[in-house]
Design a protein around this ligand. Structure first.
Ligand code: ASP
Length: 416
């Protein structure tokens, strides 16, 4: 049986288990242990894989002009998709108005005075304190620290610089560098393959645990917000991205979805797009046929700065809370929310619940109390799984579109 079918079956069984077993049963505790091991296995390869993939990709650009062309195209595509995602989120919340119940702001119904202590604590320990922080983290003063803390932004930037200058080394010194990093990358892909053999078990464990603690009860008062966000995420992934794939990339969106299935399922179950990166790289390389040169550059960069699902969620959540508090949502306020969602999503690291930090920044900017975040916690788990899959898909689409623009004809080719 193909591995994505195995994962899909594991997923279905896990939802069932999660619904039936209680969160403190020994089965679920055991699932927590197994899921943690699987996640660690993936995370273990992330840092060396990102560094080596970027360095290898950089060394294939012999002329600076090719590098700046592909760099500009990638940034333009990622910015475009993030903006489109935020606009979809904005439209959904304006359409459904989940923060207004019977014409009144839903502040009291949502009990907006609860859970603030927990949330404030979470927010004050967060790394992203304001927008300028994004740039500070990008040009990191300590790449080793960035690697140890899983801070992709600093790591990606440093690896790019390293790759560009290593590629310029002459003679055997340069060859040694290229061979070495190639070897590191191949080794990491090998380890990823082994970890992925355990994916069905890992996915089962992670999802059973997640669903055992998120009952339907938690979702009920926030159902409108939950489904509006879910609708937005689905629209972005299935409609917006399909149009872009077909128009710019001239490839079949259905084939893209099929090629990405293992990465989407892994993103969904781990809620970490950064942790899923090894699987995403493998899908794009061997299932979609994107070259190492393009995937090695676009995917790690995308994992660091292109989080479409996160941007959409941030915008939807901030708008929802603003509605619930009865804030007057004039054009300026909405514009601030949209721009902040685009910028802060670029600074969010692809780990579980990372959006909450960025939402705190947005709420602070538009002057709303942070206690609103407590309300989001109830539905955050499942929405996190969905937006992470969208984040992963966005990076994959970036690699495909850029690969096609670079003239790669084998990408998602129909079977002969
Ligand atoms: N969990 C998301 C990711 O890893 C980030 C977030 O939106 O919380 O992509």
């Amino acid at each position: 049986m193909k591995v994505h079918w195995q994962i899909a079956i594991a997923l279905a069984l896990a939802v069932l288990t999660g619904a039936l077993a209680s969160a403190d049963s020994s089965l679920i505790r055991f699932c927590g242990f197994i899921g943690g091991l699987f996640l660690n296995g993936l995370k273990m390869v992330v840092v060396p894989l990102i560094v080596s993939s970027i360095i290898v990709a950089m060394s294939t650009f012999s002329e600076p002009a090719a590098l700046s062309r592909i760099g500009l195209r990638t940034m333009a595509f990622y910015t475009l998709t993030t903006v489109l995602a935020v606009v979809v989120g904005l439209a959904m919340v304006n359409l459904v108005q989940p923060g207004i119940i019977d014409g009144q702001p839903a502040k009291d119904i949502l009990g907006l005075a609860t859970g603030s202590a927990k949330v404030s604590e979470q927010v004050s320990s967060a790394k992203l304190s304001d927008v300028s922080d994004v740039f500070y983290r990008m040009i990191t003063s300590n790449p080793i620290k960035a690697a140890a803390e899983g801070d992709l932004l600093g790591l990606v930037f440093f690896s790019m610089m390293f790759g560009i200058f290593a590629a310029r080394l002459p003679g055997s010194v340069g060859d040694v560098q290229r061979d070495f990093w190639n070897g590191v990358r191949e080794t990491m892909m090998g380890i990823t393959g082994v970890v992925m053999r355990f994916a069905p078990i890992g996915v089962y464990a992670l999802v059973a645990k997640a669903f055992s603690s998120t009952g339907v009860e938690a979702i009920r008062p926030l159902a409108l917000f939950f489904f509006a966000t879910l609708g937005g995420l689905a629209f972005h992934m299935l409609v917006t991205m399909s149009v872009l794939l077909a128009l710019i990339g001239r490839v079949s969106p259905i084939r893209m979805l099929k090629a990405m299935t293992p990465a989407l399922l892994t993103g969904f179950s781990t809620s970490s797009s950064a942790g899923t990166l090894p699987v995403t790289l493998e899908c794009l390389r061997s299932r979609a046929g994107v070259s190492e040169r393009v995937s090695g550059f676009t995917l790690p960069l995308g994992a660091a700065i292109n989080l479409d699902g996160t941007a959409l969620y941030e915008c939807a959540a901030a708008m929802f809370l603003a509605q619930a508090y009865g804030l007057h949502l004039d054009f300026t306020t909405q514009f601030v929310i949209v721009s902040m969602a685009v910028v802060t999503s670029m600074g969010v690291t692809g780990i579980p619940s990372a959006s909450l930090v960025a939402i705190a920044v947005i709420l602070g900017t538009i002057g709303l109390p942070l206690e609103g975040l407590g309300v989001l916690l109830a539905v955050d788990r499942v929405l996190d799984m969905c937006r992470t899959a969208v984040n992963v898909y966005g990076d994959g689409c970036g690699a495909v579109v850029i690969g096609r623009l670079e003239g790669e004809h084998d990408i998602l080719k129909p079977p002969q």
